[in-house]
Design a protein around this ligand. Structure first.
Ligand SMILES: NC(=O)c1ccc[n+]([C@@H]2O[C@H](COP(=O)([O-])OP(=O)(O)OC[C@H]3O[C@@H](n4cnc5c(N)ncnc54)[C@H](OP(=O)(O)O)[C@@H]3O)[C@@H](O)[C@H]2O)c1
Length: 243
């Protein structure tokens, strides 16, 4: 069993998750790139190997599938003795044009299944390994679109972006951050929500002026907090975001 710092990022085969894996590997972490498709995960690992990162591997994990999560946990337990960082990054946009008055329950359920229930069940399963770290950190990759304060502010740049299912899923994810931080307030575990900003990835059809690299840098900052760092908060690149 290795005794270096370890990290697991869900949905790390591409986009912001992949860049987060790269940056944590550059900091010397032994990184597991979660991927629901094994081949895509292996391709991502190969790409990192080509850049000189060797302490990286893939872990097949579909965050909507309990059996897949259990299998991934059992597999990871055979490879590492503790988990220092969990990044709940896997996410989908769903049907983006839908307003609350017309959005289908199927779409809402589907988006929450990945973005909220997925993060909840992955966290619950991997806590066993996180407990074995001296300073466990969890980052929930959220969005400013999940901030009810910003959603209610007509002056806010993205005020018209009322993507009901997606935004609601991130508000719910933020609730997980607050509740877990409270549950673990007397422990060394720190958990925060991070908004990477509007980033050009598959999820946005490559719209957005920010690069995955920029979004990943914010995630990595809160994944590697020292003991004086915050917990139970919501951050973007500029600082704290209102819930
Ligand atoms: N891009 C933005 O502007 C932006 C802004 C704010 C927040 N975010 C958040 O950032 C995170 C990463 O998004 P991204 O922009 O990097 O998008 P992306 O390039 O589409 O990456 C999403 C990742 O999530 C994975 N995924 C989706 N469903 C999954 C499931 N059921 N199980 C496991 N993995 C699953 C995808 O895997 P496949 O390749 O198999 O589909 C992919 O690896 C998301 O949580 C997103 O909501 C993005």
């Amino acid at each position: 069993m290795k005794n270096v710092k370890t990290a697991l990022i869900t949905g790390a085969n591409k986009g912001i998750g992949f860049e987060t894996a790269k940056q944590l590997a550059a900091l010397g972490y032994n990184v597991y790139l979660g991927s629901r498709n094994k081949i895509n995960g292996l391709k991502a690992v190969k790409e990192l190997n080509k850049l000189g990162f060797t302490d990286v591997d893939t872990l097949e994990i579909d965050v909507t599938n309990k059996k897949s999560i259990q299998k991934a946990k059992e597999e990871l337990k055979t490879k590492i003795s503790h988990l220092d960082v969990l990044v709940n990054n896997a996410g989908i946009a769903g049907e983006v044009s839908n307003l609350p008055s017309i959005d289908s329950i199927d779409n809402i359920r589907n988006v929450l299944e990945t973005n909220f229930f997925g993060a909840v069940q992955v966290t619950q399963h991997f806590l066993e390994l996180l407990y074995k770290s001296n300073a466990p950190r969890i980052v929930n990759v959220s969005s400013e679109l999940g901030s009810l304060t910003l959603q209610s502010d007509p002056e806010w740049e993205f005020y018209p972006y009322k993507v009901f299912a997606y935004n609601t899923s991130k508000t719910a994810l933020n609730s997980l951050t607050v509740m877990l931080a409270h549950e673990f307030k007397d422990s060394t575990l720190k958990i925060n929500s991070v908004a990477p900003g509007y980033t050009a990835t598959d999820l946005t059809n490559f719209e957005g002026e920010r690069t995955p690299n920029m979004g990943a840098a914010v995630i990595v900052k809160y994944a590697t907090l020292d003991t004086s760092g915050p917990t139970g908060k919501f951050f973007n690149e500029e600082g704290e975001v209102h819930w």
